[in-house]
Write a protein that binds this ligand. Structure first.
Ligand code: PMP
Length: 325
């Protein structure tokens, strides 16, 4: 669907997947004016297909749109596009636990104009692809690398938006993490290098020995993850306290040494919940040892995937059914 400053959103269509035409002067190619979302459709045991909280993705896309000076899209149009595509691609929705159809809605500025200003033409598209389990050999705790010199976001920047530029900035730190034997990178506030923001593509939680969950507050630098929000709700439902506040690497380090912090995990649409075994940096490591994924980490994972795949009750009305059983 296309947006122009004069006519608003128009010309919605569904076309077969394939290359699209773009003008080499298209603004997105020069100034990175682009935003995106990621969500999944699941096939439940009874064969029906559901999506998980697409309205939340629509709202978040619009928050990103405001920051990137792109037009907002009506929530109904976003959700209708998602539903229509899933219905058309229903045969591509795999069945089985941890399988899904991944949906990638995105918006690009598409005016042929080389001046540096917000474009007056944009395109919104959704593509889809079947996705297998994130962990091929079962859920294994990962090691993460503390990125010290390379930041992803800073105050007043685009850290809270889901825009391509943030990911461009995180590719090199991700490589550094891999070079140091880690699967993910942890970003901290670039001024203190101690206040925890998030991982390259996931939000972070720590678990205290008393069952309290700790997670960085939405400080303007991190993404308002939909998995993060969902897990906060599910943890509260189970009677756990959740503290959304500034968290530091020092607090994590001291907590693990004192035995008061007992689990850590990262969460996002792609990996659901990833248990964290250790945080490594040039001069220290915080390590939970060989004990495997934490108990609460796995209980929350069970609960969330159970809702998505229809084995647990959808108490909060997060699913919308796309096809009949
Ligand atoms: N932070 C970043 C930087 C991400 O890319 C993602 C993945 N969208 C998340 C957090 C988790 O967000 P969600 O739970 O909505 O997938």
């Amino acid at each position: 669907v296309v947006w122009t400053k004069d006519a608003g959103w128009h010309d919605a269509e569904v076309i077969p997947y394939g290359p699209i035409q773009m003008d080499p002067a298209s603004s997105v190619l020069h100034y990175g004016q682009e935003i995106f979302e990621g969500l999944k459709a699941y096939r439940r045991a009874d064969g029906s297909i559901v999506t998980f909280r697409p309205e939340a993705n629509a709202r978040r896309l619009n928050e990103s749109a405001v920051r990137l000076a792109l037009p907002e899209i009506p929530e109904e149009l976003f959700v209708a596009g998602v539903r229509e595509l899933v219905r058309i691609d229903a045969d591509w929705v795999p069945s089985g636990y941890d399988q899904s159809l991944y949906l990638r809605p995105f918006m690009i500025a598409d005016e042929s104009f080389l001046g540096v200003r917000a474009a007056e033409r944009a395109r919104f598209m959704i593509i889809a692809s079947p996705a297998g389990p994130y962990f091929s050999g079962g859920v294994k705790p990962v090691s993460i690398w503390l990125s010290r010199d390379l930041a992803r976001a800073g105050r007043g920047g685009t850290g809270a938006a889901k825009c391509g530029g943030n990911y461009a900035a995180s590719l090199l730190p991700q490589q550094v993490a891999a070079d140091n034997g880690c699967q993910q990178v942890l970003f901290t506030d670039s001024a203190t290098v101690d206040t925890i923001d998030e991982l390259g593509g996931m939000n972070l939680f720590l678990v205290r020995a008393d069952g309290t969950l700790l997670t960085p507050r939405l400080n303007g630098n991190i993404l308002d993850g939909i998995t993060r929000r969902s897990l906060i709700q599910l943890a509260k439902d189970r009677g756990h306290a959740v503290e959304e506040r500034d968290l530091t690497v020092s607090e994590w380090r001291e907590g693990v040494a004192a035995g008061t912090i007992t689990e850590a995990f990262a969460c996002g649409t792609a990996a659901v919940i990833t248990p964290i075994r250790q945080l490594k940096s040039e001069d220290f490591a915080i390590d939970f040892g060989e004990s495997g994924p934490g108990e609460l980490t796995m209980a929350l994972r069970e609960e969330l995937t159970g809702i998505q795949f229809g084995t647990r009750e959808d108490r909060h009305g997060w699913l919308s059914q796309i096809t009949e059983p």
